[in-house]
Design a binder for this molecule. Structure first.
Ligand code: NOJ
Length: 586
């Protein structure tokens, strides 16, 4: 099969118009790269087997070497740790096993000294049931804190309705003190807050300002699209008041500061994404949307109902977001986080092509328009765990889902197969620093087993090897720092239906880049008549664009197009002009 794609240059005032509107929108977080730290598994400074804040401080030099400019720190607040810190019992105190408030201040200051900003996890859809507000609220229906949470009477001895918790089972828990049920979209130790209550909202804004005053640069907002819920109508995500609450929050807290915010929004469409991120609406800087992340589950099923990824689907989803937010908002770019399996095991190849495929995935993602996020260990190509039994997957969600799936009639084999592929435990094993015992993560007994491949996959090894994944990420980050086109260039997809190759352009003013990624192991013929210079590749001997004849397994290249007439502006999406280049694929 031979397909070709004509790509056309265009001179137009449209681009000038776009650039003009873009200029007033430039923000520091658009050219930043964020690194996500899961403190519990990052670095243990005191040998108790649990990562901690001084452990993070001790790795600032490493993060600086990688080149990232923002750290997102998962929750370190006081918490019973039912959901590893996403169940907060005191927003203004630190969980002692992670350190002290003084440790936090030191981390913030040292990061600032090194030009690194910190964003904290803001978990305000729910608290812990051990938060003083809830302890008060459950005492009586008259308690002043009662209305901080969501209470309903049961129906015929049953919960008020059939709303489900995201961790399995009913979203309602009976509270014997008052004979009513409270709502919890996560574990029963995570009661949902009632955002309809203005007093509660004000308490949250005060707390946010208190943290901003400590010198943090903003927030990652946990399941923020749930705060407008209307449980009686079974509305969970995207409730009618959601955006009003966010506008109010923006005005009361970070809006007047030079901050960055990113909302976790599982239920967002690009249209909703524009509502959150259009600067005119004064809500958030960007959101995490999860459409692409859900492409390997069966339609209508849960994420445990596995289905292979179809590359044209991935292109369709990414391109939709790239295009629809262009000029109206801002995208985040991520493959991994603490809730997702490791990308190299999921959509790359964690066997013979681990290094090549991890670099390909990094190139594909960082080449797009948006703020990239790197999850700890991604930069060295950490993989899913090879564990077999359910006992080896301690996470609360995994444990609940296991029971639920068996009850629903799935076999143990099927259930464990899905858990191995998708459980968030995969992302939570300790960071692999070196090949000494426990991967250099702790001198004690780690809270969770180290992935046994740490003897080969670790930071020390990666830093010694000039061809490592680590240096590929480092180059991607420095390319972004040096080239406005990587931050602001318009994205345009070529060959949407090709099943192996992901090819797109970025265009800014008179400059154009071509990003070519072979997503699979199959070698593919590739020819292009235009000349282009290799800016970055995961193979050492990738030729210039006009000399290219084939794309090898997982080959990924960023080309800078060489243009004869450099005075002309290029427009990514317009096909109505005089100048074209041809790509032929077989
Ligand atoms: C999303 C967080 O990322 C996840 O880890 C947590 O369990 C839930 N929200 C509940 O807070």
């Amino acid at each position: 099969m031979k397909v070709s794609f004509a790509f056309l240059y265009y001179t137009g005032f449209e681009m000038k118009k776009q650039e003009g509107s873009m200029r007033w929108r430039k923000k520091w977080w658009q050219s930043s790269v964020v690194y996500q730290v899961y403190p519990r598994s990052f670095a243990d400074s005191n040998g108790d087997g649990m990562g901690d804040i001084p452990g993070i401080t001790g790795k600032i030099k490493y993060l600086k070497e990688l080149g990232v400019d923002v750290l997102w720190i998962c929750p370190v607040y006081q918490s019973p740790q039912d959901d590893n810190g996403y169940d907060i019992s005191d927003y203004r105190a630190i969980y002692p096993e992670f350190g002290t408030m003084q440790d936090m201040e030191e981390l913030i200051t040292k990061c600032q000294d090194n030009g690194i900003k910190i964003i904290m996890d803001l978990v305000v859809n729910h608290t812990s049931d051990e938060h003083p507000w809830f302890i008060e609220a459950k005492k009586s229906t008259e308690n002043p804190y009662r209305d901080y949470y969501i209470w309903r009477k049961g129906k015929d001895g049953q919960p008020p309705n059939d709303l489900k918790s995201n961790f399995g089972g009913s979203a309602w828990e009976y509270s014997p003190e008052t004979g009513e049920y409270y709502l919890h979209f996560y574990s029963k130790k995570q009661p949902d807050l009632n955002w309809e209550n203005p007093k509660l909202r004000q308490e949250i804004y005060d707390m946010m300002n208190w943290w901003l005053d400590q010198g943090i640069a903003g927030f990652r907002m946990d399941v923020i699209d749930l705060i407008g819920k209307i449980p009686d109508q079974k509305i969970k995500e995207n409730g009618p008041m959601l955006h009003s609450y966010l506008q109010e929050m923006n005005e009361a807290t970070f809006g007047s500061r030079d901050s960055m915010t990113v909302g976790e929004c599982w239920g967002a469409t690009p249209e909703i994404g524009r509502m959150y991120t259009d600067p005119k609406r004064k809500e958030l800087s960007m959101i995490f949307q999860f459409e692409q992340i859900q492409l390997d589950k069966k339609a209508g099923g849960q994420r445990w109902d596995l289905k292979p990824l179809d590359l044209p689907d991935l292109k369709r989803v990414f391109s939709k977001w790239q295009t629809e937010l262009e000029g109206h908002g801002w995208n985040s770019l991520f493959w991994n986080n603490h809730d997702l399996p490791r990308i190299v095991s999921r959509w790359g190849n964690d066997g013979a092509y681990r290094v090549l495929s991890a670099k390909m995935l990094a190139t594909l993602l960082h080449g797009m328009k948006g703020t990239p996020y790197i999850y700890q260990g991604e930069e060295i190509g950490m993989t899913n765990v090879p564990f077999r039994t359910i006992e080896e997957f301690p996470d609360i969600e995994t444990q609940n889902i296991y029971k639920e799936r068996l009850k629903a009639g799935f076999t143990k084999e099927e259930t464990m197969h899905a858990i191995r592929a998708k459980a968030r435990d995969n992302a939570r094993t300790p960071m692999q620093w070196n090949s000494t015992e426990n991967a250099g993560f702790t001198e004690g007994i780690p809270w969770y087993r180290v992935n046994p491949n740490y003897t080969k996959i670790n930071v020390e090894q990666a830093r010694k090897d000039p061809d490592s994944i680590f240096y590929h990420y480092q180059k991607l980050i420095s390319l972004r720092k040096e080239n406005d086109i990587m931050v602001y260039g318009t994205y345009y997809l070529l060959f949407p239906e090709d099943e192996d190759l992901y090819i797109y352009t970025r265009t800014l003013g008179t400059e154009q880049w071509l990003i070519v990624c072979n997503f699979h192991e199959k070698t593919r013929t590739f020819r292009c008549k235009q000349s282009g210079q290799v800016l970055l590749s995961n193979y050492k001997d990738t030729p210039a664009l006009d000399k290219m004849t084939e794309l090898r397994p997982y080959e990924a290249v960023i080309y800078r197009m060489e243009r004869k007439d450099v005075s002309r502006e290029v427009h990514a999406q317009d096909h109505s002009s005089d100048f074209e280049f041809d790509i032929e694929l077989e």
